[in-house]
Design a protein around this ligand. Structure first.
Ligand code: HEC
Length: 241
């Protein structure tokens, strides 16, 4: 009886103050939502059977590990930043990029409640936090999209496959390709033969090869290869001495 009076009294007090008590109002709702989500997942798992991919095979040396799509941004971010990092000559300090910086950022996130004591909740009154959030979302979106865009090349493509698909109709390497005899009209009545690339690595520098791929001259079409594929091809072609 006392219990009942007590809680009724409390409820009235809360109501007057305009607060919603944690139990049962908040917690009960959360439990209902949580259990519904678990039940939905359970039903989903009965009817939908996602593929588990290949069976792991340690003897498969051609396998290129790739993350699930929601981790593309990690892989892609480290691909891109790793490239510039090594361009800066910092390859020796890979651990700073791969370990120290991420750990410091995660620590900074953990410490947010200590250095951000503001009670303000309106987004526009919190420009720094709001800006950081927008930056974070853009960051994730950009690198996920970039990862999806480059994914096929990273996972399935070898330079020689890219060559066969995109270049062999004109060029040849050691007798492979060049089927269409590769006559390209540069201007009316003026034709060129796409050069044989068997020794292109001793004729052109990597920078010149990259230039020809990204900004081709002399009747070669721009193939709009994704950046990762351009990197592959430049490395590969430079090795053809
Ligand atoms: C439609 C035909 C065509 C396709 C497809 C093509 N190229 Fe070319 N490429 C040419 C022509 C023509 C030239 C010669 C340009 C010149 O003489 O200035 C050339 C020049 C080059 C050169 C410079 C070689 C040298 O010795 O000067 C490289 C490197 C090259 N291509 C790489 C590629 C790669 C890699 C691909 C595929 C991703 C490709 N090309 C696809 C027609 C093509």
């Amino acid at each position: 009886m006392y219990e009942h009076d007590h809680s009724e009294h409390k409820a009235k007090e809360y109501h007057e103050k305009g607060v919603v008590p944690f139990w049962p109002e908040h917690l009960l709702k959360e439990m209902v939502v949580g259990l519904t989500a678990v039940a939905a997942l359970f039903v989903f798992s009965i009817f939908v059977h996602p593929s588990l991919g290949h069976i792991a095979d340690p003897a498969d040396w051609a396998y290129v590990p790739a993350p699930d799509w929601y981790f593309y941004w990690v892989q892609n971010f480290f691909d891109v930043s790793g490239y510039y990092w090594s361009e800066l000559g910092l390859t020796k300090y890979d651990w700073v990029l791969m370990f120290l910086i991420p750990v410091l950022l995660i620590l900074a996130l953990y410490l947010v409640p200590f250095y951000d004591r503001s009670r303000e909740r309106r987004l526009l009154k919190r420009p720094v936090a709001f800006g950081l959030m927008l930056f974070g979302l853009t960051f994730l979106g950009y690198f996920t999209a970039n990862g999806i865009y480059n994914h096929d090349y990273l996972v399935a493509q070898e330079p020689i496959t890219i060559f066969q698909q995109s270049c062999a109709s004109c060029h040849s390497i050691q007798g492979l390709g060049g089927n269409a005899k590769g006559v390209v009209a540069v201007s009316p009545g003026h034709f060129v033969y796409p050069p044989d690339l068997t020794h292109v690595g001793s004729i052109l520098s990597p920078a010149q090869i990259r230039q020809q791929l990204v900004n081709p001259v002399g009747g070669m079409p721009n193939l709009h290869l994704p950046p990762a594929a351009v990197d592959y091809m430049v490395n590969y072609l430079s090795s053809l001495k």
